[in-house]
Design a protein around this ligand. Structure first.
Ligand code: SAM
Length: 344
């Protein structure tokens, strides 16, 4: 094992699972989303804002630092980690991060949310490293519309990535994230549903959320109820089981293998059952997507704090009254998150 891998590999003897992460409302945290970079290789108008690459490189954590923080979170009962971004596949040696994370005692799920553009280069290494969940973003099934939305002529590459992920057999589902925007891709809703249902694919229609740089407008917004009407199929809701404590409501159609899900931050509140935290590539932990409360953890790494010190600090931060948003009527608030940094 070389030095980098040695540093990245979990020191299992250091890990003591004696504490849990519980917020001031009594919600237990078991899921950590880690944004690996703010950089992205797509230019989706509703997400992308220009970022100074040099600034990013200086302030983003190294893989060793990221893994040290993940270790501390896992020692506090986190059992699921998802890598996101920016575009996480732009992160160097991402397979090492997946490997180091999946080796941690207590971890059962290591996931990735990607735009799929580079997936074909990385998939075998990621699967070998222990990746067992995958979400691929795709807002159009039409090559020209894909290019208009993302700024890149990459539709075929993403589609091949999706097919390869499906054929790999490494994932219980290949999940597709589709943000629905009226007048942009809503006419494709029935086609998306038909495509996904005939594969082992879970198409997740996401309500367009007001985020920084998104150009969100009520005329572009389409609610879950309207999306469901457009699908025009008698979908049956799936009984929640397994790891379904997330925001998605899942539906099946007759004997078809695929699934249709809805993530509807505007129409429904997820806060009640929210079990997640978000860690940015700069080492800030956010307790809620729609609230600007954050705590910087990078400085603890810089002063060489021990894993125990970091865990203790995290426990205190999460328990602070108001650090996480209490259950409310709707999930979104007036605060607009910067998706490229917090990772969705
Ligand atoms: N680059 C990766 C990708 O494309 O999946 C990961 C990061 S991206 C920020 C994560 C997810 O957030 C994507 O599925 C994207 O479509 C979604 N997203 C970004 N902006 C959004 C918005 N304003 N409303 C709803 N979803 C959004």
């Amino acid at each position: 094992m070389n030095n980098r891998n040695a540093a990245l590999s979990a020191k299992t003897s250091d890990i003591k699972q004696t504490r849990r992460l519980v917020d001031f409302c009594g919600r237990t945290i078991t899921y950590l989303r880690v944004s690996l970079t703010q950089k992205c290789n797509l230019r989706c108008g509703y997400c992308f804002g220009s970022v100074d690459k040099n600034q990013i490189d200086k302030r983003e954590m190294t893989n060793t630092e990221i893994l040290r923080l993940i270790q501390s979170f896992v020692s506090l009962g986190i059992n699921k980690v998802r890598f996101t971004g920016g575009e996480p596949l732009l992160r160097r040696a991402i397979a090492d991060l997946v490997k180091g994370t999946s080796a941690l005692p207590g971890i059962s799920i290591v996931g990735l949310t990607t735009n799929g553009l580079l997936l074909n280069n990385f998939l075998p290494a990621l699967v070998n490293a222990g990746l067992n969940r995958i979400n691929i973003s795709l807002d159009s099934l039409d090559r020209d519309a894909f290019r208009r939305i993302t700024g890149i002529d990459g539709f075929q590459r993403v589609l091949t990535g999706i097919e390869n992920a499906e054929n790999s057999g490494a994932f219980p589902w290949v999940k597709i994230n589709t943000v629905v925007m009226r007048g942009i891709n809503d006419s494709e809703i029935p086609r998306f549903a038909e495509w996904a249902l005939s594969h082992r694919i879970d198409i997740r229609f996401i309500e367009f959320m007001p985020t920084e740089n998104s150009g969100w407008d009520k005329d572009l917004f389409m609610a879950e109820s309207e999306i469901r009407e457009k699908i025009g199929l008698a979908l049956e809701e799936e009984v929640a089981k397994g790891d379904n404590n997330g925001p998605a409501r899942r539906f099946r159609f007759r004997d078809y293998p695929g699934r249709v899900s809805f993530i509807s931050a505007a129409s429904r509140s997820f806060c009640n059952q929210c079990n997640r935290l978000r860690l940015t590539s700069r080492g800030d932990v956010f307790g809620c997507l729609f609230q600007n409360n954050r705590a910087g953890l990078k400085k603890l790494l810089e002063i060489a704090a021990t894993g125990d010190d970091i865990s203790e600090h995290i426990v205190k931060v999460i328990a602070r009254p108001g650090f996480r948003r209490p259950p409310g009527e709707v999930s979104i608030t007036e605060y607009e998150p910067y998706m490229q940094a917090v990772g969705g």
